[in-house]
Structures are given as C-alpha cells and as structure tokens.
Design a binder for this molecule. Structure first.
Ligand code: AMP
Ligand code: FES
Ligand code: ZN
Ligand code: ZN
Length: 301
C-alpha cells in the first residue's frame, strides 16, 4: 500500500476515496477535509471567536487540534455530565490536551453548577439518558457561548454520526429534525452559530488522526448510550459501507447538497414564536424553557 501523494509506505487506506496515505499526507488529508467543510458551508468568519465543545473523545479532540492548525484560535468547553468514572476520565483527557498545548479549556459541571447529573435527569424523566443529555448540552453550549462572547460553537459530529442521525430521521420522516440537520445552523436572536467541521471525515479517520498525532482520548463509549438506536444505525451503515465504500458520504453529502432544501424554509434554531424563558432568559416557545423544566424535575427527586 503506497501513499497516494508521495508513493512512500502508507499507514492507512480510505476506501471511499480509493486512496492510501502516509502519516504526513493523512494529516494533510484530514486538514483539507476540514478546510473544505469550513469554506463550502461558510462556517467561520475571519474574526469569529470559536468555542469547541470538547468531550475528551477522539472527534472533539481531533477537531480542536485541526482548528488550531487551521488558525481559528478556538477555546474549548468541557461539560461534566456526572456519568461516574466515564465523566471523570473524559474531563481528564480534555484537560491534559489543553494543558499540553497551552489552550484555554472552560468547564461547566452539570452537578456542581446546576444541581443535577445526567443519571438524575434520566431517573426523574424515566426516558433514555441521551435525551436529557442532548438537551442539556445544546442549552449549555449555547448559553455559555452567548455569555462569554463566542460567535460560534463547533462540535465533533463526524460523517458516521451525521449518517446515523440522518438514517434515523429519514426512517421516521421526521421533517422537523431533517430541517434542523445541517452542517451549519446560522446565528439567530438568542442563538450562536453551530457548526460541524468534521462532516467530511469518518470515525475511523478521526481515531487514526488521534493515534498519528499522539492525542490521548477517552476510548470508552458513554455507558448510558449502550444499545441506543443510533449505535444500531451505525452498524447497519457500516455493513452497507463495507460492501459499497462511499455509501455514507453519498448519503450525507447528497442530503446536504440536494435533499435538505426540500425541508428547509428557515435554517435557524429559531422558531417564529419564540419568547424568553421566565427562569433563565433562553429563547423558548413555552413559558419556561425545556432545560429549566428538566432542572426542576431532576433536582426535585
Ligand atoms: P455526542 O453527542 O456524544 O455524539 O457528541 C457530539 C459532540 O458533542 C462531540 O463531538 C463534542 O463536540 C460535543 N460533546 C459531547 N459531549 C460533550 C461534553 N461532555 N462536553 C463538551 N462537549 C461535548
Ligand atoms: Fe449523553 Fe451518554 S453522553 S447520555
Ligand atoms: Zn505521503
Ligand atoms: Zn430556561
């Protein structure tokens, strides 16, 4: 196996590109994919203050590294979800990465700062933990960014994540989620821009990037996500990808380029009848926002 660029010995092949790369050219390949995502979707303006949501996993640490290399000067935000040892370790990986590179990592702790953890919320709502977890993440990333003057929040959602979510949304024809599934959600009143610069890179590429760049990351998956439907969708997509490399990228890129427009009347996070949450001031369609309602339920029990 030879590197597509220099013909030296390759360390990884990327079947959907029908290419193999040596270490250095693989790193260049990843950077180029992120650079293309940033420019195709106008993700970052020249003076934007960028906040990367860092979970301590491979995707978000690789993203932080890549955005630093590309000159975006991003800071990080780690959210402690209170999921036992998994969260303790995830935080340590995020801190170690930031310390070694002299980067700024902000931290918000759901338990210490808001009085409840993801397991508390799951018990109180009797729903899958991921829904309280996702709701808390969206709310706290946005609020933190707004309060600290960041223009944009970047997350490490990769091609596999986007393909699995897209499959789930299509299987249910969930038109509202399809409308909101985009590599960029623009700024709107009460919302900073959200971007996903890894949409062109798969899970396996991100793991290889971390290994080759000597980035230590939390390898464990979240114990509360075990058996969730997105993991099952990933298995299905991996078997399709095995027999037909390029399936995931065609599915996701095709949706972005040709499918999304059919669902999209307004690409922002905002819905027309938004007002301010009576508790925290966040935009909401109800009297009190979903995060504040969750907090009340989860801290009561
Ligand atoms: P997930 O929802 O776990 O698939 O994570 C998707 C993205 O959300 C990650 O790539 C991170 O950018 C961000 N994220 C997830 N968990 C955390 C966390 N605990 N703190 C900060 N960002 C996170
Ligand atoms: Fe949110 Fe596991 S990371 S429930
Ligand atoms: Zn090479
Ligand atoms: Zn609120």
């Amino acid at each position: 196996m030879k590197c597509r660029v220099c013909r030296g010995p390759a360390v990884i092949d990327v079947r959907r590109h029908n290419a193999a790369f040596c270490r250095d050219h693989f790193v260049v390949h990843c950077r180029e994919q992120v650079r293309r995502a940033l420019s195709d979707h106008h993700m970052l303006g020249p003076d934007d203050r960028v906040l990367v949501a860092v979970s301590g996993g491979k995707d978000s640490l690789a993203l932080w590294d890549l955005l630093v290399e590309l000159g975006a000067a991003p800071d990080g935000l780690y959210l402690g979800l209170g999921i036992g040892e998994y969260s303790d370790e995830s935080g340590q990986y995020a801190r170690a990465f930031a310390d070694a590179r002299g980067l700024t990592l902000h931290e918000v702790d759901l338990g210490a700062d808001w009085g409840f953890t993801v397991p508390d919320a799951a018990a109180a709502t009797r729903r899958v933990p991921c829904s309280a977890c996702g709701l808390s993440k969206r709310h706290l990333f946005n609020t933190f960014a707004l309060e600290h003057g960041y223009d944009v929040v970047a997350t490490g959602h990769n091609l596999d994540d986007e393909a699995a979510v897209l499959l789930g949304n299509v299987l249910r024809w969930d038109v509202e989620y399809l409308r909101r599934q985009a590599p960029v959600l623009p700024t709107a009143p009460g919302f900073v821009r959200k971007v996903k610069p890894l949409v062109r890179l798969g899970e396996r590429e991100m793991a290889a990037y971390c290994v080759l760049q000597r980035i230590d990351y939390q390898v464990e998956e979240c114990p509360m996500a075990a058996g969730n439907r997105h993991l099952r969708f990933k298995d299905v997509l991996n078997s399709l990808e095995d027999s037909s490399p390029g399936t995931k990228a065609a599915f996701v890129q095709g949706f972005i380029e040709r499918g999304h427009a059919y669902f999209d009347d307004d690409q922002t996070d905002a819905s027309p009848d938004l007002r301010r949450c009576a508790e925290c001031g966040a935009p909401t369609t109800a009297e009190v926002c979903a995060f504040c309602r969750l907090r009340v339920r989860a801290t009561r029990s």
